[in-house]
Design a protein around this ligand. Structure first.
Ligand code: ZN
Length: 187
C-alpha cells in the first residue's frame, strides 16, 4: 500500500498535537479523532483493504466489530474480503449480538477495530464471538496506541504508542499551557 497513513491522519485533523485531557483523565500531547478517518470513504476503503489483505490467508468467514465506530471499518473490511459484517453492541451495559446476527462454531471471526488503546472493546467483541462458539481468526486495527495483546494474530497499520501523564506530572501543565478536552467537544 502506498498510503502514508500518518500523513493522511495529520492532513485530515485525525491526528492532533497539543495538550489534551484523555477520557482516562490523563494528559497527553497527542489525540486521535478517529471519525476524521471514518467519515471519509476515500480513506476508509484503502485502509480497510490493507487490513483485509493482512488476513486473507486466515480465511475469515465474518468481520465483527464494536458499535459505533467499528461498524464503518468492519463493513468496509468485510466488503474487501467478500464476507458479512456484524457488530456487538451493549444491552444493559453488556456487549451482545442483537438484530438477529448469528455466529456458529464454523465461523472464523476477524475483529476490526479503529483505534486500539487499552484493548477493552476488542476483548469484549472476542468474548461475544467465542461465547457463540466461533473462533477468532485475528484482530485488525487502523492504529494501536498501546501494548494490548489478544493472544491471536494482530495487525495494526500504524503503531503509535500513547504517551500520557498524570496531571501533576504533565510537562505542559507545568509550563501553564491550557488543556483541551477533545472527548467532550460536540464537534
Ligand atoms: Zn497537562
Amino acid at each position: 500500500m502506498t498510503l502514508d497513513l500518518e500523513q493522511e491522519l495529520r492532513a485530515r485533523g485525525a491526528l492532533l498535537d497539543g495538550h489534551f485531557r484523555l477520557s482516562s483523565g490523563r494528559h497527553s500531547d497527542r489525540f486521535i479523532q478517529k471519525f476524521r478517518v471514518l467519515e471519509d470513504p476515500k480513506l476508509v476503503e484503502p485502509v480497510a483493504r490493507a487490513i483485509a489483505d493482512a488476513f486473507r490467508d486466515a480465511h475469515p468467514t465474518v468481520v465483527m466489530s464494536a458499535a459505533v465506530g467499528g461498524i464503518v471499518l468492519g463493513y468496509e473490511v468485510a466488503r474487501a474480503l467478500g464476507v458479512k459484517a456484524i457488530f456487538a453492541e451493549k444491552e444493559g451495559g453488556v456487549p451482545v449480538l442483537r438484530r438477529g446476527f448469528q455466529l456458529t462454531a464454523a465461523d472464523r471471526v476477524l475483529v476490526a477495530e479503529d483505534v486500539i488503546t487499552t484493548g477493552g472493546s476488542v476483548e469484549e467483541v472476542m468474548r461475544v464471538a467465542r461465547t457463540a462458539g466461533a473462533t477468532i481468526a485475528g484482530v485488525g486495527a487502523i492504529v494501536r496506541r498501546g501494548e494490548a495483546e489478544f493472544g491471536v494474530p494482530t495487525v495494526a497499520l500504524l503503531e503509535m504508542p500513547i504517551v500520557s501523564y498524570e496531571e501533576r506530572d504533565c510537562p505542559q501543565c507545568r509550563r501553564g499551557a491550557p488543556v483541551d478536552d477533545p472527548g467532550s467537544r460536540r464537534s
